[in-house]
Design a protein around this ligand. Structure first.
Ligand code: NAP
Ligand code: GDD
Length: 332
């Protein structure tokens, strides 16, 4: 029986990964940070099956203690400040969590047990102003946000610890992946949630930013499987994980509204407030290495993903506790 420790277990990916590892009979530990209110919505269905340890990527000792307590075979570092626009408001804090947090965790592993296998949640945001289309493991990086810059540091420190200390470290360069559990501020969830509220007559518009941006969107449940596969290989390596299809925000909006029988042009308002200081115009991943070596492939296609998210949100708003009054407006 293997043991895994997950940072970011309360997040979208952490919740799916914990579920999948439990199904594989792992003992699962998760690091959670202290909060005055409970933040376990995404893991409440498995809360009794996982072991939660208080800790923070900002606090070196808490990470050492978490590794000592859990004694893991594998550590998955999914914790981060992950929302790109927030990284312009809080660039220093983003760097502390998302960049230096990784060094703290790697140092803790080096100190406690160098045999631990380590997964770092790298991102297609590192390609930013892309140097080629599609992007693969050899494509040059050109990040376009403080978040992307912090993740690039995290990526290279992971490579560096592999090369300096012979640690088994893998960096998964994951393209956007979504699900009904996606945070409300990300564009797919913002759209599915708004479409559901409009359909339920709780709202009558969707204010949005750049409709022309293109992303390679996959399903989070498929992507966490790739994280696990990376740590089961004989040699540590970095892998691009993507669907190989790109779609615009406009297409996303069109599909979501059409699914509930509405015309998107009647409800969507472009609001410059949601346009970013520097945009990543197009992401399209080439995951040939993962498909050949890991035998990984995505199962859920873009259109199915969008419909799944809209259907989920419509069901959610049928529960009477949700109304336009207690709905939290996402802050961008
Ligand atoms: P998410 O839903 O935003 O979850 C982030 C997690 O990090 C949450 O559990 C959060 O805890 C935790 N966290 C934040 N700051 C922390 C700190 N100082 N100490 C400990 N934990 C902290 O993100 P996600 O979508 O699941 O993504 C998981 C990882 O993959 C992130 O590193 C993200 O940057 C990266 N990534 C995501 C995508 C994507 O499309 N989803 C693509 C590429 C890479 P709280 O619940 O307490 O806030
Ligand atoms: N959030 C948001 N809100 N995005 C909008 C909006 C809006 O109202 N209107 C247009 N967009 C565009 C953004 O400008 C961006 O080009 C695209 O939609 C996707 O935005 P997000 O869903 O916020 O995701 P992201 O691509 O910036 O970042 C996500 O994916 C990365 C991987 O490429 C996050 O999950 C990152 O953590 C992850 O690393």
């Amino acid at each position: 029986m293997k043991t895994a420790l997950i940072t970011g277990i309360t997040g979208q990916d952490g919740s799916y990964l914990a579920e999948q590892l439990l199904k594989k009979d792992y003992v699962v530990y998760g690091i959670v940070r202290r909060s005055s209110s409970s933040n376990f919505e995404r893991i409440k269905h498995i809360q009794d099956d996982v072991n939660l340890i208080q800790g923070d990527l900002l606090d070196q000792n808490s990470l050492i203690e978490a590794i000592e307590k859990s004694n893991p075979d594998e550590v998955y570092n999914l914790g981060a400040q992950s929302f790109v626009p927030t990284s312009w408001n809080q660039p220093v804090l983003t760097g502390e969590f998302t960049a230096l947090g990784v060094t703290r965790l790697l140092e803790a592993i080096r100190l406690v047990n160098k045999k631990i296998r380590f997964y770092q949640a790298s991102t297609s945001e590192m390609f930013g102003k892309v140097k080629e289309v599609p992007q693969n493991e050899q494509t040059l990086f050109y990040p376009r946000s403080p978040y992307g810059v912090a993740k690039l540091y995290a990526h290279w420190i992971t490579v560096n610890y592999r090369e300096s200390y012979d640690l088994f470290c893998c960096s998964g360069i994951l393209f956007n992946h979504e699900s009904p559990r996606r945070g409300l501020e990300f564009v797919t969830k913002k759209v599915s949630d708004s479409v559901a509220r409009i359909k339920m007559e709780l709202s009558n518009e969707l204010r949005i930013g750049n409709l022309d941006a293109k992303r390679d969107w996959g399903y989070a449940g498929d992507y966490v499987e790739a994280m696990w596969l990376m740590l089961q290989q004989d040699e540590p390596e970095d892998y691009v994980i993507a669907t190989g299809e790109t779609h615009s925000v406009r297409e996303l909006v069109e599909i979501a509204f059409k699914h509930v029988g509405l015309e998107w042009e009647d409800y969507v308002v472009v609001d410059p407030k949601f346009v970013r200081p520097a945009e990543v115009d197009i992401l399209l991943g080439d995951s040939t290495r993962a498909r050949e070596k890991l035998k990984w492939q995505p199962r859920i296609k873009f259109e199915e993903l969008v419909k799944m998210m809209v259907d989920y949100d419509i069901e959610r708003y049928k529960v009477p506790t949700y109304s336009s009054k207690n709905y939290d407006i996402p802050i961008l």
